[in-house]
Design a protein around this ligand. Structure first.
Ligand code: HXC
Ligand code: NAP
Length: 288
């Protein structure tokens, strides 16, 4: 559905781009002509991702090897972020698009959490996203360069959710950051957008949020479309949102969840379990 050069000339930085949704976005952006930088804490994971993506091609001829770059970075550490951005600029000369995708999360009753457990999620998701956005935004503004920031949040950034409370707090903060900077930095030509995914079965998420088959099946039951998301569907949405074709979308969050959160929200949505026979009876009662 996209022009093959949709992102040609753009340099995209994806935090947490060595695994899961970040990795799928990296692959998609490469296939649309971008140069892509990925980061994460584990060097071996990044090396594997780079070697696999380098070997792939868009046209069966030219590989992506000269358009992919990886460097370890801990987004909780501002010095590490500075070194990463210096490294990417040294390699590609610029950064046009930032995807704040790195995250930490796990299910737990809140009463069981230690202060360190709360910080472990808040530091990656809320502080990491803010540090990364601030470091790059300051440079864009100083050099009068425009840019796009895409923040990956979740549907419960808006609704809240039990049993993932630090994540809900952090993602709500990232959504507030998105909407706030969409206004404050628009005069500099910097656009902010967000994607709120429902369940996409990545290894990182499922091992921490749905570690049993029962919990994984329950994820599907909650979705009106009766399936989980395919990471390429999210990567396509991301490609559009960071592209110039979405140039007038600013401060918006797009949900991609098969209708999941709405099903949980609608007052009468559970009536889908009512049988035809029961409906006959109910009609008699209500029409009377
Ligand atoms: C209770 C836990 C815990 C758990 C860790 N802790 N896991 N407490 N239940 N399952 C506690 C530890 O005991 C410790 O507290 C504190 O948290 C820090 O733990 P560390 O292991 O030292 O933290 P760290 O090495 O910084 O790792 C961060 C992490 C880890 C978040 C805990 O899971 C991680 O690295 N995650 C990165 C990838 C990830 O989470 N991906 C999923 C994203 S999916 P004490 O007090 O004991 O020292 C997502 C949205 C999904 O975000 C939505 C689906 C619909
Ligand atoms: P994932 O594979 O675990 O991705 C998380 C990435 O973040 C990993 O590559 C991890 O690499 C990196 N990361 C974690 N802490 C970091 C740090 N301190 N510094 C730098 N990088 C760090 O999980 P995913 O499912 O693809 O999640 C991607 C994004 O989608 C997250 O923002 C998540 O909240 C969001 N999301 C996912 C789902 C879903 O169902 N999968 C639903 C809603 C939202 P290292 O561990 O090597 O650092």
């Amino acid at each position: 559905m996209f022009q093959p050069d949709l992102l040609a000339g753009k340099v995209v930085l994806i935090t947490g781009g060595g695994t899961g949704l970040g990795r799928t976005m990296a692959q998609r952006f490469l296939s649309l002509g971008a140069r892509v930088a990925i980061c994460g804490r584990r060097e071996a994971v990044l090396e594997k991702a780079v070697s696999e993506m380098s070997a792939s091609t868009a046209d069966g001829d030219h590989t992506f090897a000269d358009r992919i770059f990886a460097m370890t970075c801990d987004v909780r550490d501002p010095a590490s972020i500075e070194a990463l951005i210096d490294g990417i600029i040294h390699r590609f000369g610029q950064i046009d698009i930032l995807v704040n995708n790195a995250a930490g999360n796990f299910i737990s009753p809140t009463v069981r959490l230690s202060p360190r457990a709360i910080d472990s999620v808040l530091n990656i998701v809320l502080h990491g996203t803010a540090y990364m956005t601030l470091e790059l935004g300051k440079r864009w503004i100083a050099h009068q360069q425009s840019g796009v920031v895409l923040n990956i949040v979740t549907t419960y950034a808006s609704t809240g959710s039990a049993y993932v409370v630090p994540s809900a707090m952090a993602k709500a903060g990232v959504l507030a950051l998105t909407r706030s900077l969409a206004v404050e930095w628009a005069p500099y030509g910097i656009r902010h957008v967000a994607i709120a995914p429902g369940p996409f079965p990545t290894e990182g998420a499922w091992s921490r949020l749905a570690p049993t088959p029962e919990l994984a099946d329950h994820m599907v039951d909650r979705i009106p479309l009766k399936r989980v998301g395919d990471p390429t569907e999210l990567a396509n949405l991301a490609s559009y949102l960071v592209s110039d074709f979405a140039g007038f979308i600013n401060g918006e969050v797009i949900t991609i969840d098969g209708g999941e959160w709405l099903q949980g929200a609608g007052e009468f949505n559970d009536l889908r379990h009512v049988t035809d026979e029961q409906w006959d009876h109910l009609r008699e009662m209500t029409q009377k």
